[in-house]
Design a protein around this ligand. Structure first.
Ligand code: COA
Length: 160
């Protein structure tokens, strides 16, 4: 039987409990999940691509079906390189839907065999986003409810 690989793309600047909740659900559905960390240069990320990949690798080291890889350029090109055609995306609230449908439609135009699978992350993380986490960190707020210990340590190292 062919291995079912799902690609979970994002900027992950940084990874939050919401993202982790998505991956933990996905490993129950797919043989392999590739967390694809986009360079997203236009977003001028706070953490470098290599820092984000290192954090992801550490955070998901307990899940043997998960690989964390960087990519730049089009998602469809990365999918083709990986021989994968399933993209995983999260719908946290109804507000996410319009953008997600746009993204899925554009990706399908570029790669007709691509299927986007939507999962709903845990409710308690519905309003978490990476930029909210960065803002809380900048203002010295408690990050424990939003991100794992490895990300808190990375913010602390950034401050030094
Ligand atoms: N839990 C917590 N936060 C979540 C989340 C979840 N389950 N799902 C999304 N988010 C957050 C993200 O952290 C992000 O927060 P931020 O904007 O504050 O940084 C925000 O919601 C938006 O997420 P997303 O839409 O996934 O944006 P992204 O920048 O992380 O990822 C890419 C977008 C990388 C998937 C997309 O731009 C891409 O594919 N780029 C490659 C180039 C390409 O192919 N472009 C054409 C696409 S048609």
């Amino acid at each position: 039987m062919t291995k079912k690989t799902a690609i979970y793309p994002g900027t992950f600047d940084p990874i939050t409990h919401g993202h982790i909740s998505m991956v933990e659900r996905a490993v129950k559905l797919f043989d392999e999940v590739i967390v694809a960390i986009a360079a997203s240069a236009s977003k001028t990320p706070m953490f470098s691509l290599s820092q984000r990949v290192a954090l992801g690798t550490e955070i998901f080291s307990n899940l043997s079906q998960v690989r964390v890889l960087p990519f730049s350029g089009l998602l469809v090109q990365f999918m083709a390189e990986q021989g994968a055609c399933i993209v995983l995306r999260g719908i946290r609230t109804a507000g996410d839907m319009e953008y997600e449908f746009q993204l899925a439609t554009a990706n399908r135009c570029l790669m007709p065999e691509m299927e986007t699978v939507f999962l709903k992350p845990d409710e308690q993380f519905a309003h978490v986003s990476s930029s909210i986490v960065r803002e809380i960190a900048m203002m010295g707020g408690d990050l424990v409810p939003f991100v794992p210990a490895q990300v808190i340590a990375a913010f602390e190292a950034q401050d030094r």
